[in-house]
Design a protein around this ligand. Structure first.
Ligand SMILES: Nc1ncnc2c1ncn2[C@@H]1O[C@H](COP(=O)(O)OP(=O)(O)OP(=O)(O)O)[C@@H](O)[C@H]1O
Ligand SMILES: [Mg+2]
Length: 319
């Protein structure tokens, strides 16, 4: 890492995918942000927002259409080799491991690609596999690994050369809750060691727990950025009223009653109503009570509520 440079510095980055039936697409449409050294920034946003595109530009897999991107002080275009030596990348759902090779062989192969000598490569491979709880599985071919285990092998590969900057694109996708919890602990250890981390996730709790700052991306543009507490302060007057199993029609009754917050039903059937101020809170509780709701709980908003307040719900359509 060059002296005093931020871990990641993105200035007016545009990335256009050309061609295709839909014509050109501005996957990234002029974004600027930095990740300071040792900082973890959570990169959030809906499907298609441009997160993976950004991860690929940072790791030199894609070149910027315009703008400037520096990783560990190095320019991703002019100094791609130095960037590759400074960055570890985990792409969610990524293939790119050799199925017939063991975890140990896969990671050692990558260590060699990163320029580590034979002995150092072997030693570092053993270390990272142990840290990731894969020591016992080191000599098994990875084609027999579960998805969560594969994800850990990817992470081992990203960490073997001890990169200054780590880009994690949905690293816990497909992990069971225990594995995801273990992963959060692991990221904390990396944070303590001073690794700069850009973490993409759809798990708002994970983002809130791990990020010093978050950047919210939508349709290739940054719509909000700041410390989780800063973003939440915009919702300081808000409370979230939840009903685990709401009776039919409760959402409609709230809407018809007026003076309540806006309610939504999530996929599990939980009703969540965001209210602003005590008047709305009292009115919402009264209407829910009349509607026969039991098991009502009140909580302060989280990052998921910030997300919902900023990102419009675009219905999926199949063409
Ligand atoms: N190789 C490609 N060619 C053309 N368009 C692409 C290509 N890769 C991505 N896109 C488009 O660029 C936009 C951003 O995609 P990207 O994969 O970066 O989104 P994302 O934020 O990672 O989404 P998700 O949360 O689903 O992973 C989308 O509209 C996508 O369709
Ligand atoms: Mg993606």
């Amino acid at each position: 890492m060059t002296a005093a440079s931020p871990g990641i510095e993105v200035t007016d980055l545009v990335r256009v995918y050309r061609g295709g039936k839909a014509g050109s697409r501005h996957a990234l449409d002029g974004i600027s942000f930095t990740v300071r050294r040792g900082e973890t920034v959570g990169l959030l946003g809906p499907n298609g927002a441009g997160k993976t595109t950004l991860a690929r530009v940072l790791s030199t897999l894609l070149t910027p259409t315009s703008g400037r991107v520096r990783v560990a002080g190095y320019d991703v275009v002019a100094q791609a080799r130095q960037v590759r030596a400074s960055i570890g990348l985990v792409l969610g759902g990524e293939r790119g491991l050799y199925g017939r090779l063991t975890a140990d062989q896969n990671v050692r192969y990558w260590a060699a690609m990163c320029g580590l000598g034979r002995r150092e490569g072997r030693q570092r491979t053993r270390e990272v596999l142990r840290e990731l709880g894969l020591a016992e599985h080191a000599d098994r071919p990875v084609e027999r690994f579960s998805r969560g285990m594969l994800q850990r092998v990817h992470l081992a590969r990203a960490l073997v050369a001890d990169p200054a900057v780590l880009v994690l694109d949905e690293p816990t996708a497909g992990m069971d809750p225990n594995a995801a919890f273990g992963f959060v602990e692991l990221v904390r250890q990396l944070q303590e060691r001073g690794t700069t981390i850009l973490l993409t996730t759809h798990d708002m709790r994970e983002a809130q727990e791990l990020s010093h700052r978050v950047v919210l991306l939508d349709q290739g543009r940054i719509v909000a950025a700041g410390r989780p507490a800063e973003l939440l302060s915009g919702l300081a007057e808000h409370r979230v009223v939840s009903v685990a199993a709401a009776p039919a029609g409760a959402v409609e009754r709230l809407a018809a009653a007026g003076g309540t917050g806006t309610a939504v039903l999530d996929r599990s059937g939980e009703l969540r109503c965001t209210v602003s101020g005590t008047h709305q809170l009292a009115r919402t509780l009264a209407v829910l009570g009349e509607a026969g709701c039991t098991g009502i709980s009140i909580s302060t908003p989280g990052l998921d509520d910030v997300y919902r307040s900023l990102i419009p719900d675009r219905e999926f359509s199949v063409r």
